[in-house]
Design a protein around this ligand. Structure first.
Ligand code: ZN
Length: 390
């Protein structure tokens, strides 16, 4: 097995407090890293680097772990730029806009949907994302949800069945009947292609009781649960996620003190999606309060055509810092190790020995530039599983 020495790293973020400066980011200056068999075999100071079969000098640049985007909705068709423009002119965002994308997605061919997913995953990769979760949720029929997940599974192992996104128009008068469909034939058709099951638990979408029923059915079918909750207003979703011990609960924009306490005393990761607040001109979640309370947080894009059409984790890091008062270190950790925790993954989101060699070379001397230079394409190279530089 051949090994590659990545050397000349001005600043290496390992996310391992046992390495380097002892901070949560485990920052090593003048660093090097050895990749073998797709994984990190060694990381540390350049002066003590072991020999390797070949070497690659990154010229003093900063290297960070690949981003783990733990929340996206990439299987869709259509465009909602006019809805965005209207929103920026004062029309409020509501969950019902999802139905616009449902109509376009149902009308698209498998090839069109697969091409759209591939294009967005490539766009994410160029911006440093090396692990991405992809949800269904714009099909909302047995056939359309199953094909959405089969297409998502071509791009990632982290696929999520979100049949309970909204009640589709044909079930407008029978939401209970739709929940029966989701927990019955739709789940049966989707489970083979999915790792997770998710519910949009929100006024205008699904109640706590409906969410509980969907998550229970998913668990019985071998899927792990996660939730969209407390995005548009206060609600029961966060408490439900903590009670059920879900891996992650996403949005967490409107939280009571009890919600924060429940998160702090559970192992559930709070995934914050600041692209949504940016794109809907809404108040941001209180990331500072969550972190200070001891809640584990992740930052992700929620890339979707309605409420957050950004695929950029660097933008979300910048928003987390500027708008949610996270430090640059906290934001980077949330976008890497936090995202990994939100997916129950231990081999991604960090660069200590044993991790998958997913690394991002920044055209910058420090990771702080991710927030300091918003909107600037500072991602120079992305290695996935130690794939040799292009
Ligand atoms: Zn979402």
């Amino acid at each position: 097995m051949s090994s590659l020495l990545v050397t000349g790293i001005g600043q290496l973020v390992t996310n391992d407090p046992a390495l380097g400066d002892g901070s949560s980011l485990g920052v090593v200056t003048s660093a090097a890293l050895v990749v073998e068999g797709g994984h990190v075999a060694w990381a540390g100071p350049m002066v003590s680097a072991p020999a390797a079969d070949s070497s690659y000098d990154v010229g003093g640049r900063s290297v960070v772990p690949g981003f783990v985007d733990s929340h996206s909705h990439l299987v869709f068709a259509g465009d909602r730029s006019e809805e965005f423009a209207a929103r920026m002119s004062g029309t409020p965002y509501s969950a019902g806009g999802i139905r616009t994308t449902v109509a376009a997605t149902r009308a698209a061919t498998d090839e069109q949907l697969a091409a759209n997913v591939a294009r967005h995953v490539a766009e994410m990769r160029r911006q440093g994302t090396t692990t991405v979760e992809i949800k269904s949720g714009y099909g909302l029929t047995v056939h359309d949800e199953a094909r959405a997940l089969a297409i998502a599974a071509q791009a990632t192992d982290e696929t999520t069945f979100l049949g309970a996104h909204v009640v589709p128009p044909e079930y407008a008068d029978d939401p209970g009947g739709y929940v029966d469909l989701v927990t019955g034939p739709m789940l049966e058709a989707c489970a083979p292609h999915a790792r997770w099951i998710d519910v949009f638990c929100e006024t205008g979408a699904f109640s706590a009781d409906q969410a509980r029923a969907v998550l229970a059915a998913g668990r019985a079918a071998g899927l792990q649960g996660r939730l969209h909750a407390n995005q548009l207003g206060p609600g029961p979703g966060v408490q439900l996620a903590c009670e059920l011990g879900l891996t992650a609960v996403d949005h967490c924009t409107y939280l009571s003190d009890c919600d924060v306490d429940a998160l702090a005393s559970s192992g559930t990761v709070a995934t914050l999606l600041p692209g949504v607040e940016f794109s809907t001109r809404s108040p941001y979640p209180d990331a500072r309060g969550l972190i200070d309370a001891g809640v584990r947080v992740a930052v992700a894009t929620d890339c979707n055509p309605g409420s957050s059409y950004t695929s950029s984790m660097p933008l979300c890091v910048a928003l987390a810092v500027r708008e949610m008062r996270m430090t640059p270190a906290e934001a980077l950790l949330a976008a890497t190790r936090g995202g990994a925790a939100a997916l129950g993954r231990t081999e991604v989101g960090h660069l200590a020995a044993g991790a998958r060699a997913d690394l991002v070379v920044l055209d910058a001397p420090s990771y702080v530039h991710l927030a300091y230079r918003p909107g600037v394409p500072i991602v120079r190279e992305v290695l996935v599983g130690g794939t040799a530089p292009l």
